[in-house]
Write a protein that binds this ligand. Structure first.
Ligand SMILES: C[S@@+](CC[C@H](N)C(=O)[O-])C[C@H]1O[C@@H](n2cnc3c(N)ncnc32)[C@H](O)[C@@H]1O
Length: 400
């Protein structure tokens, strides 16, 4: 069997792909869409496989760059994906005392794993029905993640499992004790599953002034969770920004569901909205490294772009007695990707002074996973809320 993608983008672009795709099956030419939110290009070579294909054969095909379109039982495809994953993982989780090297290897292994597992493909009908035995109904999950469809498509089973998982998160929500409510993350939007940083925002002392009059900005709002916490604390005017359409839609939905629409405005912006605020919070991605897929932008911040942008613009957007709250874990320091003095220099260069640092320790499951190659870093990680003020607050006023 052979396949040709009418267009395929180079691997390093990694933007979501929804491109026309043509393949041959039983001598017939099939056409549809190639879906890859992770930005993988459509495969150049493709074979049809089914329940008779074992792990060794699938591994050989994947490592030779041949994608596999599954035509067997859906559950068997999931099992094959699991066994393929275990096969790829052999020998990749050895801990290394050099944490920077361990981090780089961990990311390279993860990218390699994603590429190989992404070779196992699933067909979808025009309405996102999976035309395979024992398939789940993924129509709503796919519509939520990919948008409406009017033609058949092909996607990787690995990605489809992510879409199904995201749909479950979105439906069930994530419990946020600091809010006493659920937040419902959308596909591709940073999920607030690590509660420790939320508790910091829920407990840090608010800048002086009456709650009625305080204005807050939430830069890079994601699900809207920090805006919701600020609104829950009584702040009457919060402006939440993000530049990802999925995050904006997700934040609007959560704010509405929680009944905070009178207090929180969600607006598209590259970092800051226009104007000044008494409190500006930002939880940028914590790790300064390249994002390899379009869906891990919320975790990796290449060259600390968002962190630098936030710090660089903070003084100009703070009211004279205002405060910026930067939420940052020291994981990047622990794996040797940024030093504490570099961070302090960024504050100084931006004309900021530290009023207080409030620390907490993560309690999430990964912090206790001794098989994690980054365990030594994660088990000691400290998450901090830095209360920052402008050193020139008096003279900066009115200049923005
Ligand atoms: C680590 S997530 C934090 C989300 C949320 N504030 C939270 O704490 O759960 C970072 C967010 O910043 C957004 N972001 C990244 N660069 C941005 C920019 N230049 N302007 C606005 N938002 C940005 C991302 O889309 C993402 O939603």
């Amino acid at each position: 069997m052979s396949s040709t993608s009418q267009r395929s983008l180079p691997l390093n672009l990694r933007r979501p792909q929804h491109l026309p795709f043509t393949w041959t099956e039983d001598g017939e030419i099939h056409t549809g869409l190639w879906h890859s939110e992770g930005g993988w290009p459509a495969p150049e070579r493709l074979e049809i496989i089914d329940d008779r294909t074992n792990t060794d054969a699938a591994y050989r095909l994947a490592t030779s760059g041949t994608a596999m379109l599954w035509r067997g039982d859906f559950h068997n495809a999931r099992q094959l994906l699991g066994s393929l994953g275990r096969r790829i993982d052999r020998g990749t989780r050895k801990p290394s005392p050099d944490l920077t090297a361990a981090f780089r290897k961990h990311r390279a292994d993860a990218a390699h794993r994603a590429q190989l597992l992404g070779m196992l493909l699933i067909p979808l009908d025009a309405d996102y029905t999976i035309p395979l035995r024992r398939s789940p109904d993924v129509r709503l999950a796919c519509t939520q993640s990919y948008g409406k469809s009017d033609q058949p498509s092909v996607t990787s089973l690995r990605e489809l499992i992510g879409v199904i998982g995201a749909h479950e998160w979105r439906t069930n929500g994530v419990d946020i004790p600091a809010l006493g409510a659920l937040i419902h993350p959308h596909y591709g939007v940073f999920s607030p599953v690590r509660g420790e940083y939320l508790d910091l925002v829920a407990a840090a002392p608010l800048p002086s002034g009456t709650l009625e009059d305080l204005v807050a900005f939430d830069i890079g709002t994601g699900t809207g969770v920090l805006s919701a916490i600020l609104a829950h604390r009584g702040i009457r005017h919060v402006i939440a920004t993000d530049q990802e359409p999925r995050a904006l839609a997700c934040a609007i939905e959560n704010i509405e569901r929680l009944g905070f629409t009178d207090q929180v405005e969600v607006a598209p912006a590259d970092l800051f909205p226009v104007g000044r605020a008494d409190l500006i919070v930002c939880n940028p991605p914590w790790i300064p490294a390249e994002a390899t897929t379009s869906t891990d932008h919320a975790v990796y911040d290449p060259d600390s772009r968002m962190l630098r942008g936030f710090l660089g613009g903070l003084a100009l957007h703070l009211e004279p007695a205002g405060e910026g709250w930067l939420i940052l874990s020291d994981i990047a320091e622990r794996i040797g990707l940024r030093s504490r003095s570099e961070l302090l220099d960024l504050f100084e260069d931006a004309g900021l002074t530290v009023a207080q640092r409030i620390d907490t320790r993560p309690t999430h499951r990964r912090a206790y996973d001794t098989t994690d190659p980054l365990h030594a870093a994660r088990s000691n990680e400290v998450t901090s809320l830095w209360r920052l003020r402008s050193v020139n607050s008096g003279t900066e006023a009115g200049t923005a």
